[in-house]
Design a protein around this ligand. Structure first.
Ligand code: HEC
Ligand code: HEC
Length: 442
């Protein structure tokens, strides 16, 4: 087709070019020219990390006193079945709120048969950095809030030595300080001194209906069960209030991104040429940003990267049913805004494509968080980037394809640059103020 001559065309183009460049003051002009307009737009979305969003399903999410209680609980080993394990055992603040291992040690009650040879867990311990921005929790998203998430490990017989909600309620009840803190926030605890009415240990155990924990739980009245469940959910809400403070936001990359926005040479100087090229690859040719998007470098969604693993993980496929059935989900009776919870869970249905999908982890502080992937399959960031580049060894999918995962064939120097960029996402400064004084001294 013949192109019509439009007299205004050249003029419009000239104005367009003028407009595009006129707002760039001299200092940052060269710097912005390193990136295409699309790349710049994506870079702008990766920083800054704003305030942790409100969670209306947890009325205590931003309550300082609840966070203080949550901090005590997080480090308290008495909340485990045999008194040896706390949340911090696996989510160690001095190891990036992880255990530094590929797979965690299993912590069963040492009095249980098989406890000594229990081996290792099936999934890597994730970090707790910037989780307040997450929509789903656990690798398979089987929890829909941070407060309900905390209730999982508490009673997982392989994580906290067979702790149980009755034991937790008794620990709070029997500790003068904790009890005062708890009652100041949530009102009076039930009278737990009658241990026939409120046994010392127990929780619902549908997989072990005849076991001691389930029998103790079933011996209680529905009303007493409800009041213990209320206490239990309040402990989760306090821990969430604490975990919301584990935020990383002042990395070298954030300084550079500010520099780009404000055209400040002293901030732009934060990045080397290799790091700049790595950033350009991250939002461009290497296609990382397709999934690791936004200030926390996650799309809050699930993908199957086909990473070779020891045992098949059903991932999101199983997680969807679990979150819907959970008594403590955000749509349930312990949520402070069930209507919002219903919206979160609406239309959720497990489909074949969900098989083996895992949550996209955020990448803040990633340099300190190896080994990488859900079973710690890859030792270094270089191994991770090489895998994405070639997809060598990728396991064929049983279900539909993952369209966002394509081999991008990066050269050796490009791989190095991308790794250099990932290393600029580190800022662990928040940790110091979140460790209890008595532990910090050690
Ligand atoms: C024995 C080690 C261990 C202990 C103890 C432990 N966790 Fe975890 N934690 C894990 C593992 C492993 C996962 C990932 C499991 C999965 O996804 O199925 C996890 C996942 C999490 C997550 C989800 C992170 C994400 O990215 O979605 C949070 C939050 C968390 N744990 C908090 C806690 C809290 C709070 C406690 C104490 C009540 C605790 N953990 C105790 C090992 C542990
Ligand atoms: C299709 C979506 C997708 C793309 C594209 C993608 N990622 Fe990922 N990334 C994920 C998911 C999902 C995981 C967790 C997978 C697992 O553990 O098996 C992950 C894991 C990682 C990890 C390990 C995190 C940890 O805590 O162990 C790093 C590092 C990483 N990605 C960096 C990158 C880089 C760099 C690129 C670009 C070269 C990239 N990703 C491209 C979705 C993606």
């Amino acid at each position: 087709m013949e192109k019509k001559f439009k007299p205004g065309g050249a003029f419009q183009l000239a104005i367009g070019i003028l407009l595009a460049f006129s707002w760039i003051p001299a200092a940052g002009k060269d710097e912005k020219a390193l990136y295409s307009p699309e790349e710049l737009e994506k870079i702008n979305e990766l920083s800054p990390v704003l305030k942790v969003p409100k969670d209306r399903t947890n009325a205590y999410a931003d309550n300082e006193k609840a966070a203080a209680l949550g901090k005590s609980l997080f480090f308290d080993k008495r909340l485990s079945g045999a008194g040896d394990v706390s949340c911090a055992t696996c989510h160690d603040p001095s190891h990036g709120w992880r255990d530094g291992k590929a797979l965690p040690k299993v912590f069963m009650d040492p009095r249980m048969p098989g406890a000594q040879s229990a081996g290792l867990g099936k999934r890597k311990v994730p970090t707790l950095w910037n989780l307040g921005y997450n929509r789903w929790f656990f690798w398979d998203g089987r929890m829909d809030s941070m407060w309900s998430q905390a209730l999982g490990p508490f009673e997982n017989p392989k994580e906290m030595q067979g702790g149980s909600r009755l034991q937790h309620a008794h620990v709070i009840y029997g500790d003068k300080d904790l009890r005062k803190q708890y009652e100041g926030l949530f009102g009076k605890l039930p009278d737990l001194s009658d241990t026939k009415r409120f046994p010392l240990r127990g929780c619902p155990m549908p997989d072990d209906p005849k076991g001691a924990f389930n029998s103790a739980w079933q011996s209680m009245s529905k009303e007493d069960q409800d009041s213990i469940n209320r206490v239990y959910s309040n402990l989760g809400k306090s821990i969430a209030a604490f975990e919301r403070k584990i935020v990383s936001r002042h990395s070298k990359f954030d300084t550079y991104a500010e520099g780009l926005l404000e055209n400040k040479p002293e901030k732009l100087a934060a990045f080397t040429d290799h790091e700049k090229n790595g950033l350009k690859l991250f939002v461009g040719k290497a296609k990382c940003e397709a999934c690791h998007s936004g200030p926390n470098f996650t799309d809050n969604s699930f993908h199957n990267l086909r990473v070779p693993s020891k045992n098949e993980d059903m991932g999101r496929f199983a997680g969807i049913d679990q979150v819907k059935e959970n008594l403590f989900n955000t749509a349930g009776p312990f949520s402070d805004d069930p209507a919002q919870g219903k919206q979160r869970l609406e239309g959720l249905k497990a489909k074949p494509v969900n098989r083996g999908q895992l949550k996209t982890p955020g990448l803040r502080n990633i340099d300190t968080l190896g080994p990488y992937m859900h079973q710690g399959q890859m030792a270094t960031l270089r191994d991770v980037v090489k895998y994405y580049s070639t997809l060598e060894g990728a396991v064929p999918l049983k279900g539909p394809d993952e369209h966002l995962l394509v081999a991008t064939h990066l050269g050796d120097a490009e791989i190095d640059d991308l790794v250099s960029f990932l290393r600029t996402l580190t800022d662990e400064s928040a940790t110091a103020s979140l460790i209890p004084a008595e532990l910090a001294k050690k």
